[in-house]
Ligand binder design. Structure first.
Ligand SMILES: [Zn+2]
Length: 248
């Protein structure tokens, strides 16, 4: 199983999924990995120059991908240095981000035909990158948040996501004490973080209805075919998540 497609989410012309360990490595601008990008693209009738990925540095910046953006982050990096999310209304452009315990946030607006994908780690979640992605879809494509559907891909679940006290500060700017209490469980000097809950708070704040938010329910730490930083400590090893609107 080299990649998993998330089934029964949003529309038939939208393909969302993620790679597993056997799919190989997907490093930024690494010629050794081009064959992996090509194999992934080929599965969906595309070439690697239709894939777009961003560098990812725990920012809350969203890159708007256009037809000419194909190949960004794979074989060229003219535009995609300082972003952690991507959105587009172009068909047959595959948006990609990598994670290894952080949350891949998939978004689809079936009314305006736009998609987005964001890398939401603790830092990005604290900055509300999911909300920023919804705002960008609103600005660029006229999306109404009420129509946007969201899926959270595989990430480190709250049982395994244990951090230490100073991390609370990441969530202090954008989340109220009551909100923080709903996704942070403090035990002594340890905190368990429910990333899915925090992201759902941001998305509902942006206007996405709670019933439009789904979670694939897969923990990276528990599923051995997925890379997990917490389990493997391998800086090169990432899950590549992807979303694509097929031309119909
Ligand atoms: Zn877990």
């Amino acid at each position: 199983m080299e990649r998993t497609i998330i089934k029964n989410w949003s529309s038939e012309n939208v393909i969302a999924g993620y790679t597993t360990e056997s799919g190989g490595l997907f490093r930024y601008m690494n010629p050794q990995d081009e064959k992996n990008y090509e194999a992934l693209a080929r599965d969906f009738g595309l070439r690697a120059d239709r894939l777009v990925r961003v560098h990812e540095d725990h920012t809350d910046n969203i890159f708007v991908a256009e037809e000419g953006s194909g190949g960004e982050g794979i074989m060229k990096n003219e535009q995609t240095g300082d972003y952690d999310g991507i959105t587009t209304d172009a068909e047959d452009i595959m948006l990609c981000i990598v994670t290894a315990d952080c949350v891949p946030v998939f978004l689809h607006d079936p009314v305006k035909n736009a998609i987005a994908l964001a890398h939401s780690g603790r830092v990005g979640t604290g900055k509300e990158i999911a909300l920023k992605a919804v705002l960008k879809m609103t600005e660029e494509f006229g999306s109404d948040p009420k129509n946007i559907r969201c899926m959270l891909g595989p990430y480190l679940c709250k049982t395994h996501h244990v951090v230490h006290h100073p991390d609370i500060i990441l969530f202090s700017e954008h989340f109220s004490p009551d909100e923080r209490d709903s996704f942070l469980t403090v035990t002594g000097d340890q905190i368990r973080v429910d990333m899915g809950r925090a992201i759902a708070i941001s998305l509902t704040r942006s206007g996405v209805p709670a019933e439009n938010i789904s979670d694939c329910g897969i923990c990276t730490y528990e599923h051995k075919e997925l890379y997990s930083w917490r389990r493997d400590h391998d800086p090169d090893a990432h899950i590549l998540s992807f979303i694509l609107m097929k031309h119909t």
